[in-house]
Design a protein around this ligand. Structure first.
Ligand SMILES: Nc1nc2c(c(=O)[nH]1)N[C@@H](CN(C=O)c1ccc(C(=O)N[C@@H](CCC(=O)O)C(=O)O)cc1)CN2
Length: 285
């Protein structure tokens, strides 16, 4: 892990001089920029920027760099976040019975391709225990029924607090999270929906798609909000299908798309490449 690498993300109302001021500041602080992306949203002229840079002695020099950012932030009205790459996020994976997305994330994590700590897996069923055990990660079985949903969410929130979780990933977790849970967790939650949103929101999207006679099926990774499957989209992909494909085949074909789309979205989030903008995202992949 490169302990000198950091990421600076910022957004502001677009105006000339922002890029120059920020890169000059980094230069003056002794930083070397190794990657830079910027974008101005045409609709509202909102400016977004992501910089990666190396700074020798980063941890000890971070407070100075943050103080140096303040006048520039004041001058341009920046909203900004400075994150050392070595501070990896603590990610909890949630799953129900379908474990293909969970397996993809665990495999990639084991290979070192997802820069995160995974302190626990949470499931409303016990099926995934054997999948998770070889990775040395505890699975917490928290059953959920209509009657126990409130207490189950309270217990789950306590697990998030206890394990200092920064990010929740719903890897085909088939329980609708309450607005109260989302608010009290307070961090980002990423879901994989097994359709090409906004088509086929809610349960059983492949059956809905088959009934509609679609020629494409897809998957959508999005941030979770209280409104079901309506949060900012991070990544999507599709696969061609046709009249010969029964629903079971749509499910089978769809699994490959879901696992790939979720993995890309989670990796980009962990690398601070996703910047929310209203109910959309800017992704500097
Ligand atoms: N607040 C949110 N919670 C969840 C979201 C979301 O966008 N906002 N996404 C879902 C995942 N999902 C589709 O991708 C989904 C999951 C579950 C259901 C549903 O109808 N669940 C039933 C129970 C089903 C069961 O017990 O097997 C329910 O919760 O009443 C629809 C869509 C994850 N959560």
């Amino acid at each position: 892990m490169n302990t000198e690498r950091a990421r600076l993300l910022l957004t502001c109302a677009d105006r000339p001089g922002v890029v120059a001021a920020v890169t000059q500041l980094l230069y003056e602080q002794g930083a070397n920029v190794v990657d830079s992306h910027q974008h101005t949203e045409p609709d509202d002229l909102r400016f977004f920027m992501r910089l990666e840079f190396d700074l020798p002695g980063l941890e000890s020099r971070l407070p100075l760099l943050e103080r140096a950012m303040e006048p520039v932030a004041e001058r341009f009205g920046l909203q900004w976040r400075l994150t050392p790459a070595a501070r990896v996020k603590r990610m909890a994976l949630f799953v129900s019975k379908q474990d293909h997305c969970l397996q993809e994330l665990l495999w990639l994590w084991k290979k070192g391709e997802l820069a995160a700590h995974i302190p626990l897996v949470v499931s409303n069923h016990a099926d995934a225990r054997e999948v998770v055990a070889p990775f040395g990660i505890p699975l917490h079985h928290v059953p959920v029924t209509a009657e126990t949903k409130v207490s189950a969410e309270a217990a789950t929130l306590e697990l998030m607090r206890e394990h200092q979780v920064d990010l929740i990933v719903l890897a085909r977790y088939m329980q609708i999270l309450s607005g109260d849970f989302i608010t009290r967790f307070g961090g980002p939650i990423i879901n994989i929906h097994h359709s090409f949103l906004p088509a086929f929101v809610g349960a059983n999207p492949y059956a809905q798609a088959h009934t509609r006679g679609v020629k494409l099926i897809g998957a959508t990774a999005h941030y979770v909000t209280a409104e079901l499957d309506a949060g900012p989209i991070i990544e999507q992909d599709v696969h061609r299908v046709g009249h010969r494909n029964a629903v079971e085949e749509l499910v089978r074909i769809g699994r490959r798309v879901e696992r790939t789309v979720l993995a890309r979205a989670v990796a980009w989030h962990l690398e601070d490449r996703v910047l929310p903008h209203g109910n959309k995202t800017v992704v500097f992949a």
